[in-house]
Design a protein around this ligand. Structure first.
Ligand SMILES: NC(=O)c1ccc[n+]([C@@H]2O[C@H](COP(=O)([O-])OP(=O)(O)OC[C@H]3O[C@@H](n4cnc5c(N)ncnc54)[C@H](OP(=O)(O)O)[C@@H]3O)[C@@H](O)[C@H]2O)c1
Length: 325
């Protein structure tokens, strides 16, 4: 089968499309014929292996341990391991795996959910990591409540476009922060207010929020703190390395002072949450925003585009035979 692989850290030039052996499902695994996959910032961060301390966390100091990019997958079950009870060959599924940029991939049963019949493979593949991040950031870390004033920074990217929609489905009053060209998109996915960051700095406006989700953090943690109301919560999913370090190191310390809470978090590939997202998708509560689609052979181009940091929603890989069926 064809798969995208890399054997050294670097730019998307290190990616190769190779013929490798088709995998076999382990006891708790499902073999999926991939119909679509989607990109996440994690894919280019792992490929780059930068900064160096990140290699200590992920393993592979000199060369990558993880050599197959792609976490988000949607496809058709081809075979199941002997302990698998929830899926059978022919079922349509989506979820989280390793090495989704390939014709076939194995995924653990508990990291998959059934794909709603009314949803395309591309839409389903756009969901897992980004929407899980938005859901867990808002609900678990941010303790979102109906009527909360919620601000999403980086609202037009993969995580942000789901965060705006999920926050609205929880009954929050949502402010989206994005650039001029994405203002209409932010409104179309339900934002009550949109702040164009090229014209206005929300951290200086005097407005206060119950919950700020930084899908992409571009300000210092102190700026975000100032924009929180009494008992407000700042949740950071991603951003630059400076912001990530601030979130990890200063967040817990700043949370000890006064009533505002600040944290960085890592998304969990939770089966229960994937099933909840499946219901959101089927009911139209979340509608994936897909910016661009690429064939498997162009994963390098797709990652180059995502890495520029201005994708509108998700970037999706579509397997060629998708067009024929
Ligand atoms: N903690 C976790 O477990 C976890 C899980 C998933 C993702 N993440 C992280 O979350 C981050 C976001 O992921 P993503 O998939 O949403 O990334 P993404 O799709 O690449 O984000 C791109 C978006 O960021 C926006 N943006 C760029 N500069 C901005 C600015 N100054 N202010 C506001 N928005 C700006 C862009 O909008 P414009 O074009 O309008 O500028 C674009 O729409 C990444 O850093 C990723 O590593 C973390």
């Amino acid at each position: 089968m064809k798969a995208i692989v890399y054997y050294k850290y670097g730019s998307p030039d290190v990616l190769k499309c190779e013929e490798i052996e088709k995998p076999t499902a382990g006891d708790d695994e499902v073999l999926i014929r991939v119909r679509a996959a989607s990109l996440n910032a994690l894919d280019w961060r792992l490929m780059r292996g930068k900064p160096l301390f990140a290699r200590l966390v992920i393993g592979g100091l000199r060369k990558p341990k993880i050599t197959r990019p792609g976490r988000d997958v949607a496809g058709q079950v081809e075979a199941v391991g002997r302990n698998v009870t929830q899926f059978k060959p022919g079922d349509e599924v989506f979820g989280v795996c390793r090495g989704a940029f390939a014709e076939y991939v194995c995924a653990i049963e508990d990291k998959l959910a059934p794909k709603p019949a009314n949803i395309s493979f591309e839409d389903a593949a756009a969901v897992p990591v980004a929407a899980l991040t938005a859901l867990q950031g808002l609900r678990d870390k941010g303790r979102i409540q109906r009527g909360h004033k919620v601000l999403v920074d980086g609202a037009s990217g993969g995580v942000g476009t789901f965060a705006v929609q999920i926050a609205k489905s929880f009954g929050a009053e949502v402010t989206a922060v994005c650039s001029t060209r994405n203002v209409d998109t932010a409104r179309s996915i339900g934002a009550d207010h949109v702040i164009d960051y090229t014209r206005e700095d929300f951290t200086q406006s005097g407005q206060r929020y119950d919950l700020i989700l930084a899908a992409n953090a571009y300000h210092s943690i102190f700026d975000y703190r100032r924009a929180l109301g009494q008992d407000g919560i700042y949740v950071m999913a991603g951003g630059g390395w400076a912001q990530i370090l601030q979130g990890m190191l200063l967040g817990p310390l700043l949370s000890l002072i006064g009533s505002k809470k600040m944290c960085f978090f890592i998304t969990k590939a939770s089966k229960t949450d994937l099933v909840l997202l499946k219901d959101f998708l089927a009911a139209g509560k979340i509608v994936p925003v897909i910016d661009r689609r690429y064939p498997l052979s162009d994963v390098a181009e797709a990652l180059r585009y995502l890495e520029e940091g201005h994708a509108r929603g998700k970037v999706v890989i579509t397997l060629e035979y998708n067009n024929k069926t």
